[in-house]
Design a protein. Sequence first.
Length: 144
Amino acid sequence: MAISTAEEEVQAVSDQYRDALEELLDGDASPMADIWSHEDDVTTMHINGGREQGWEAVGGGLEGFASACTDGTVTRTDHVIRVTGDLAYELYNQSISVTFAGEPLSVEGRVTNVYRKEGDEWKAVHHHGDLDAELAERVANMGA
């Protein structure tokens, strides 16, 4: 099956997302902010629990989470991308290794990201990751 130009574009932004996630897990949320749409309709359901809606909440959540992270790495497997018009989604399994709030942590789970074409760029508009109870507890204990 031939790969379309749109699929290649979404694959490129997906790779940027993975790289930006590693930067976030090293304490820098700014590359991730560049990948996200800054509209009011963006949403997340992160592995640490809760739901965020709108760029202000999503961006603030990314900044807060990054501030507790160092030494992060991400591995993706079973990666699938689908594109329909100006919307695309990806599914994959993810393994994260990070120092979170000074303590080592490993997390594995499934991820779904949704992208939307805005102008000539694909931007993330939704992220959903399997809830990780240990991470959610650590975040709650930080008051984050």
